[in-house]
Design a protein around this ligand. Structure first.
Ligand SMILES: *Cc1c(COP(=O)(O)O)cnc(C)c1O
Length: 470
């Protein structure tokens, strides 16, 4: 399997190359040259496979010759063995029509574990072959930081430097990062906002004096391997609900468009998906893009669902590319215009292609709270604010065939957002037993001024230089 850039000019890479690369050198994102296909019979034959086995079957065509089926199976068994539920991503039925897909049984209680636990193992595998070393530098406003740290803690081949805005992440989120005391983990609280932290990271990726000495890598969802791992749970859920004989719809709480793009990939591979419902909060750039063709950035308004407080959704470029028939020159031009004006108009071809599978819903704060109350009062389920936005969208979407089950992706454990949950339903969810002692654990982090130089000097004094240029 070869991967090409959405901007059409960066060199094609294999799976190992894109896993270690992050962004393509022309500024684009890597996508598979073609979508692997599974027939109706091949999908039927997947029913009943354990999750790790299903993951191996779905991912093998993307991995190609970079890992044997046996080796990939070893890695998926190891990654998903760390989840606290035997089904890894269990379904929970709410009523005749609606079901939750619980994606939060990994070590850090959000769906990002499903991809990052595997990505950590893929890094180890490929770096060992190359006798190379990676330095991960990231900025987090919450869930990505803890999931990435857990995935690579203790690795001899990876150092991780995770920046968070001092005083601006929740107590649980901070402690999930800072209580990891492995020597390759560096938590940095910077004075400033998440945007300041993000700008510092971007500058470091473009600083040749740093990238020349260290193999600097990204772990956000521009990394193809993350999206690939997320395709699996769409198959797992649909198979349990009667696919491929029966179609299923999914409602996805969306921020950077990674999770729902994985659903799009599942559909391209042959999974019969009736509809993908993109759920946004009041930061609704994706709802505007899908409903009226207007992808224009506005100011971010903080909400109770912070992982969806995004106004530029990096992975949307992958859909724009596919919906433009893979025309990299057109995407280069559209993205240049967006960078200059913060406005991008979808072409009619793009809009029509998207409308065949996607719909979107924007949830107001009151809708989110009402969905949390309905889940609790009518179904006895305590759900987090992000999941609630997905469930609201699932419940208001009209026009689906009456017998189609609607699956809402439950992206975080409610205890991760205890204050917001208590505010909505009057009940405070308890932390699961395996992290119940989080509040007593020792924390370690360094606080730095929010300047580029301070962070650069900190990283370059501690990171391990790469052994070999890949
Ligand atoms: C990251 C995240 C999202 C958004 O997912 P994207 O792939 O960025 O669209 C939604 N909910 C939670 C809890 C998250 O952590």
């Amino acid at each position: 399997m070869k991967y090409v850039s959405t901007r059409g000019t960066a060199p094609a890479l294999d799976f190992e190359g894109v896993t270690l690369a992050g962004l393509a050198s022309d500024g684009g994102l890597y996508v598979p040259e073609t979508w692997p296909q599974f027939s109706h019979d091949e999908i039927s034959a997947m029913a009943g496979l354990p999750y790790a086995g299903l993951a191996q079957r779905i991912m093998q065509p993307f991995v190609g010759d970079c890992l044997t089926p046996e080796r990939l199976g070893v890695l998926t068994a190891k990654a998903y063995g760390k989840f606290s539920h035997a089904a890894v991503t269990p379904l929970r039925q709410l009523d005749e029509r609606h079901t939750l897909l619980e994606l939060f049984h990994g070590p850090t209680l959000a769906f990002k574990d499903v991809a990052l636990q595997l990505l950590g193992l893929l890094f180890e595998e490929f770096l060992a072959r190359r006798h190379d070393h990676l330095t991960i530098v990231g900025a987090t406003s919450g869930d990505t930081g803890s999931a990435a740290i857990d995935a690579v803690a203790g690795s001899a081949k990876v150092d991780i430097f995770m920046l968070h805005p001092h005083g601006r992440v929740s107590d649980v989120q901070r402690r999930q990062m800072t209580s990891v005391l492995a020597p390759n983990v560096y938590n940095i609280a910077i004075d400033g906002s998440f945007d300041d932290a993000q700008a510092t990271v971007k500058r470091m990726f473009n600083d040749a004096a740093v990238t020349g000495r260290f193999g600097i890598a990204a772990v956000n969802s521009i990394n193809w391997a993350r999206l690939m791992a997320q395709v699996v749970y769409y198959f797992a859920a649909a198979l349990q609900l009667g696919a491929p004989a029966r179609k299923v719809a999914f409602a996805v709480p969306t921020g950077n468009f990674g999770d729902v793009f994985a659903g799009y990939v599942a559909a391209q591979m042959g999974l019969p998906i009736e509809r993908l419902i993109v759920a946004t909060n009041i930061n609704d750039i994706l709802h505007r893009a899908l409903s009226s063709g207007d992808y224009s950035a506005a100011t971010v308004t903080p909400t109770a669902a912070p992982s969806m407080d995004i106004q530029v959704s990096s992975n949307f470029e992958r859909l724009l590319f596919d919906a433009a028939g893979g025309d990299g020159a057109q995407i280069t031009q559209q993205m240049a215009e967006f960078d200059a004006t913060r406005v991008l108009r979808l072409t009619n071809t793009q809009r029509e292609a998207m409308a065949t599978l996607f719909t979107s819903v924007r949830a107001e704060p009151a809708d989110m709270i009402a969905a949390q109350r309905w889940a609790y009062e009518a179904c006895g389920e305590v759900i987090d604010p992000h999941t609630a936005i997905g469930l609201h969208a699932a419940r208001v979407t009209a026009g689906l065939a009456p017998d189609v089950p609607v699956v809402t992706l439950a992206t975080a454990h409610p205890a991760k957002f205890g204050d917001a949950v208590e505010y909505a339903i009057g009940v405070r969810p308890a932390l699961p037993a395996r992290i119940a002692d989080l509040i007593e654990r020792e924390e370690r982090y360094d606080r730095l001024a929010g300047t580029y130089e301070a962070v650069r000097d900190y990283v370059t004094a501690r990171a391990t230089p790469r052994h070999q240029i890949a």
